[in-house]
Design a protein around this ligand. Structure first.
Ligand code: NAD
Ligand code: UDP
Length: 310
């Protein structure tokens, strides 16, 4: 049995990760400050004898004896990470320093939840891990993008300077049950709007693209990356290469929910990336990983979940 710390464990992705790690027979310590996460995401795990929930903010140091750390603490939706941009940078950067310091002290292996946002509004398509990105350092998305980029730098520096065993995963847009209904991200927004019969809000002309992966595929990729030999640090892209415009996504959701909602067009937020699609050759080669759940199937599961809470 391994002892595993999951920061941001009460969030959307963290709660699925905690559940999977417990099912695999590990002891899980879930740390969260409940900024965008909530106890209700992990309440079904509370009776598990090897699950512990701790209220803590990663911008402050945390001491615990663990074998592995998954560092997920950070708001992920543009609406939430732009609410308090300074705090977002602190969470990414100081959170990384504190968790890397902990990993160094207790000799734990540590995985950083990085993001496709490190590629910014990419000029290379699809994006490979060797692409350096196209990020506006002073734009509204910078607190998140640059915070995550700096966290990657810190991970690599702690590895090179202090021999900390690190893994960096670059996560592409992920969706599934337990996304917050007011999260502001596109999949949850469209599903909630469709189920409530409200207008579906497309920002811009809806021709921008994203690649959406279902949460179970991501969690599988995370576990596989953590299990790789110490020499492999990443970064590695984990995402579903299926690429859809926001208009296509809206149409799929309207169809699957049999909604009467109509589509409306609203201004495109500043610096909104025009396209995004992962090249997953590295994940296939090193992790023998590829996504198993397509968008139609994943949306069906996600819509079922939202029907239970709306
Ligand atoms: P989420 O907002 O549901 O989860 C983030 C969790 O971190 C929340 O529970 C929140 O309360 C917690 N948190 C935030 N600041 C904290 C702090 N200072 N101290 C302790 N806890 C804090 O978002 P998510 O989609 O589950 O994302 C989880 C991680 O994955 C994030 O690091 C995010 O950047 C990364 N990621 C997510 C996606 C995606 O599409 N969902 C894509 C790329 C990267
Ligand atoms: N988007 C949209 N309507 C919404 C929410 C988002 O058209 O109600 C668009 C947004 O402008 C972006 C895409 O959907 O082009 C994905 O947005 P999201 O916030 O989910 O993720 P990110 O931009 O960080 O990839």
């Amino acid at each position: 049995m391994k002892s595993i710390l999951v920061t941001g464990g009460a969030g959307f992705l963290g709660s699925h990760l905690c559940e999977r790690l417990l099912n695999e027979g590990n002891e899980v310590i879930c740390l969260d400050n409940y900024f965008t996460g909530q106890k209700s995401n992990v309440v079904h795990l509370m009776d598990h004898p090897y699950f512990e929930l701790v209220r803590h903010d990663v911008t402050a140091p945390f001491m615990v004896e663990v074998d592995e750390i998954y560092n997920l603490a950070c708001p992920a939706s543009p609406v939430h990470y732009q609410y308090n941009p300074i705090k977002t940078v602190k969470t990414s950067v100081m959170g990384a320093i504190n968790m890397l310091g902990l990993a160094k002290r207790v000799k734990a292996k540590i995985l950083q939840a990085s993001t496709s946002e490190v590629y910014g509004d990419p000029e290379q398509h699809p994006q490979t891990e060797s692409y350096w990105g196209h990020v506006n350092p002073i734009g509204p998305r910078a607190c998140y993008d640059e915070g995550k980029r700096c966290a990657e730098t810190l991970f690599v520096n702690y590895h090179q300077q202090n021999d900390v065993r690190i893994k960096i995963i670059r996560i592409f847009n992920t969706y599934g049950p337990r996304m917050h209904p007011n999260d502001g991200r596109v999949v949850s927004n469209f599903i909630v709007q469709a189920l409530q019969g409200k207008d579906i809000t497309i920002y811009g002309d809806g021709m921008q693209t994203r690649s959406f992966q279902y949460v179970d595929d991501l969690v599988e990729g995370m576990l596989r990356l953590m299990a790789t030999p110490d020499e492999f640090t990443g970064p590695v892209n984990i995402g579903n290469p299926g690429e859809f415009t926001m208009l296509e996504l809206a149409q799929k959701i309207i169809e699957q929910t049999a909604s009467k909602s109509k589509i409306v067009f609203m201004p495109l937020p500043a610096d909104d990336p025009m396209q995004r699609k992962p090249d997953i050759s590295l994940a296939k080669k090193v992790l023998d990983w590829e996504p198993a759940i397509g968008l139609d199937e994943g949306l069906k599961k996600t819509i079922s979940y939202f029907r239970t809470i709306i």
